[in-house]
Design a protein around this ligand. Structure first.
Ligand SMILES: Nc1ncnc2c1ncn2[C@@H]1O[C@H](COP(=O)(O)OP(=O)(O)OP(=O)(O)O)[C@@H](O)[C@H]1O
Ligand SMILES: [Mg+2]
Length: 252
């Protein structure tokens, strides 16, 4: 449902995405892993045009975009096909939980307020936030704020969901609740790309893992292969480093 071909993105002289080609099937869950600065966020941001790529092709469902000559109409269509969950939630601070979720429905999707509220309530109930509808983000825990972020993305009913390290800003005790919600979404045949440092989670929920480094996709494959039998030395080193970090936390 998504094909990216030869995607390149530069910030000034810094070529951050060098030649990204990847395929995502309908209903697939893709986990992207890789060191800091490798271009993971930039790749997600290019897919919904929060960043404009310098060149390459993005095909999403029936849309085919040559990023060197995309017009506003193409870009609008593309951005409506995905929604993003951000590391730092990016909620509207001056809006309530409910308004954070209805905003996109009313403004972008032109839904009537009553209908938007009904829909938002249903989704907020699913993520366990019905009691917080009238609260402002500042009064919520990080885990609750991220659940609003997830509800907001879900409400848009986009064919593609993008998660950019959704749990890395959370206190450790709040991570599991958010991962459980994301896991429940993976069971809905929803196509998702998840950038994460949660290796066990990636291994458990993804159909395919992509290891990125220095603007390239170094390796990709089924999680069991990439994690247990990586083909490339850099992938092995990256994964091994996480094993050691995980061991460090264990008291023997
Ligand atoms: N808006 C920007 N302007 C200039 N440089 C940027 C911008 N956004 C990202 N970069 C640079 O692009 C490179 C890739 O950044 P990106 O955020 O995509 O990495 P990442 O893999 O998501 O890293 P992390 O794991 O730390 O989130 C980095 O060198 C970063 O400094
Ligand atoms: Mg990032």
């Amino acid at each position: 449902m998504l094909t990216i071909k030869n995607l390149v993105k530069r910030f000034g002289d810094n070529e951050v995405l060098k030649d990204i080609t990847m395929d995502v099937g309908q209903g697939e869950v893709i986990a992207i892993i890789g060191p800091s600065g490798s271009g993971k966020s930039t790749l997600l941001r290019c897919i919904n045009y929060l960043e404009e790529p310098d060149s390459g092709y993005i095909n999403l469902e029936e849309l085919s975009i040559d990023t060197t000559r995309a017009n506003k109409k193409d870009i609008d269509r593309l951005t409506r096909k995905s929604s993003m969950v951000f590391q730092h939630y990016n909620l509207f601070k001056n809006k309530t939980v409910l308004e954070n979720v209805t905003e996109g429905l009313i403004v972008t999707r032109k839904m009537k307020k009553k209908e938007a509220v009904e829909k938002a309530r249903g989704i907020l109930e699913k993520v366990g936030l019905l009691a917080q509808l009238k609260q402002y983000p500042a009064t919520l825990s990080g885990g609750q704020q991220q659940r609003v972020g997830i509800a907001r993305a879900l409400a848009m009913d986009t064919p593609l969901l993008l998660f950019d390290e959704p749990t890395s800003a959370l206190d450790p005790e709040l991570v599991k609740g958010v991962l459980d919600i994301i896991k429940s979404i993976t069971e809905l045949n929803q196509t998702m790309i998840i950038v994460t440092h949660e290796m066990n989670f990636a291994k458990e929920v993804s159909d395919k893992v992509i290891f990125m480094e220095d603007g390239y996709i170094v390796e990709e494959g089924p999680p069991k292969e990439v994690f247990d039998h990586p083909k490339h030395r850099r992938t092995a080193q990256f994964i091994h480093q996480f094993d050691e970090n995980e061991l460090e936390g264990i008291e023997i």
